[in-house]
Design a protein around this ligand. Structure first.
Ligand SMILES: NC(=O)c1ccc[n+]([C@@H]2O[C@H](COP(=O)([O-])OP(=O)(O)OC[C@H]3O[C@@H](n4cnc5c(N)ncnc54)[C@H](O)[C@@H]3O)[C@@H](O)[C@H]2O)c1
Length: 314
């Protein structure tokens, strides 16, 4: 069985790292690709790279078909131009990979307004804007099966820990958008899923602490970015039946997250008072959320003290 032959895809942030891998792999399967990248550094500062053009040249040299788009996903008109380029050059749109990203780690104490705006703009507004213009186009042309959006969340957003900051919050929001958009776009034949990748790209190389967890390995290199691509291609393909789900991938390990859910439930015949709530909730045992994610993998749950009532006593 060979997945994905033909169609039109948009890949945002495809000038480097994971997006570059996706664009090249899609084109190798006959998908015509809009290679979007505004060419910024890991923290979002403009560079003089021609990264989208370089990826298009690479795809073309391998016999594939692609065009470059240099807009920022964080710019509303820029996002519109990405979708418009797919329609103008290739006559349609089947797949959107929302991948563009930056990371400006900061503690809450040191946080600047620029850190907040830049990260929310690229991740949250960028995902919304590109998905909006894709959805508007699909709505105009009507239902067609096998359309797909693949969003990019992060373990930092799904297992929040100290220092996750704005980046993590924006990635959490992308997971929420994934569930919401899956429900909204089903009627147009669009499946919407998200991935939390884990791979040694320049974003990781810029963070020495994270890089230390992903050393290069001889032979099978668990954190080589190429290992993420098969999951993205599967989620974009006609055989995938998942929608509204969040996946994680780290080398040979793939996981599906539980949907958002309730852990425990209390019900009363009368309205709660603060005292009756205190009584009911006092029975909640201190819980540890420490569990290995992928054994030997980078992401490990830790025990956030906020999960325990006892921590509130301090
Ligand atoms: N590498 C990992 O382990 C990891 C883990 C979790 C999530 N992610 C996410 O995966 C995605 C890809 O990251 P990567 O690791 O390949 O990093 P990367 O820095 O190599 O790639 C990100 C690309 O996005 C582009 N970009 C940034 N802002 C943009 C904008 N406004 N408009 C268009 N393009 C823009 C950059 O120029 C860059 O080419 C990001 O969303 C990142 O947050 C990566």
């Amino acid at each position: 069985m060979s997945l994905l032959s033909g169609g039109v895809a948009v890949v945002t942030g495809a000038g480097s790292g994971l997006g570059r891998e996706y664009a090249i792999a899609l084109a190798a399967r006959g998908v015509r690709v809009v290679v979007n990248d505004v060419s910024v550094s890991v923290v979002g500062e403009q560079t003089t790279d021609q990264s989208a053009d370089d990826v298009v040249a690479d795809i073309t040299a391998r016999g594939g078909v692609a065009v470059a788009n240099h807009a920022s996903v964080a710019d509303w008109e820029g996002a519109e131009s990405i979708i418009r380029d797919a329609i103008r050059h290739f006559g349609g749109l089947d797949i959107v990979i929302n991948n563009a990203g930056i990371n400006r780690p900061s503690s809450l104490v040191e946080l600047s307004e620029q850190d907040v705006d830049a990260q929310l703009s690229v991740h949250l507004k960028g995902t919304l804007a590109v998905s909006h213009f894709a959805a508007a186009y699909w709505n105009d042309v009507g239902f067609q099966p096998n359309r797909a959006i693949v969003n990019t969340t992060s373990a930092v957003g799904l297992h929040p820990t100290a220092g996750g900051g704005v980046y993590g919050a924006a990635k959490s929001a992308i997971a929420a958008l994934t569930v919401s958009h899956a429900q909204e776009l089903a009627k147009l034949g669009v499946r919407v899923n998200a991935i939390a990748p884990c791979a040694r790209t320049r974003m990781v190389i810029a963070s020495p602490n994270v890089l230390a967890l992903m050393p290069e390995a001889e032979g099978f290199d668990r954190h080589d970015p190429s290992h993420v691509t098969p999951l993205v291609l599967y989620l974009a393909s006609e055989v995938c039946r998942f929608t509204g789900r969040v996946f994680a991938i780290e080398g040979p390990d793939v996981a599906i997250y539980r949907p958002f859910g309730v852990e425990q439930h209390w019900s009363t015949q009368e309205f709660w008072t603060p005292e009756s709530l205190a009584q009911a909730l006092s029975a909640v045992a201190e819980q540890s959320t420490t569990e290995a994610f992928f054994p030997g993998g980078v992401v490990q749950h830790r025990t956030p003290p906020s999960r325990t009532l006892r921590a509130l006593d301090h």
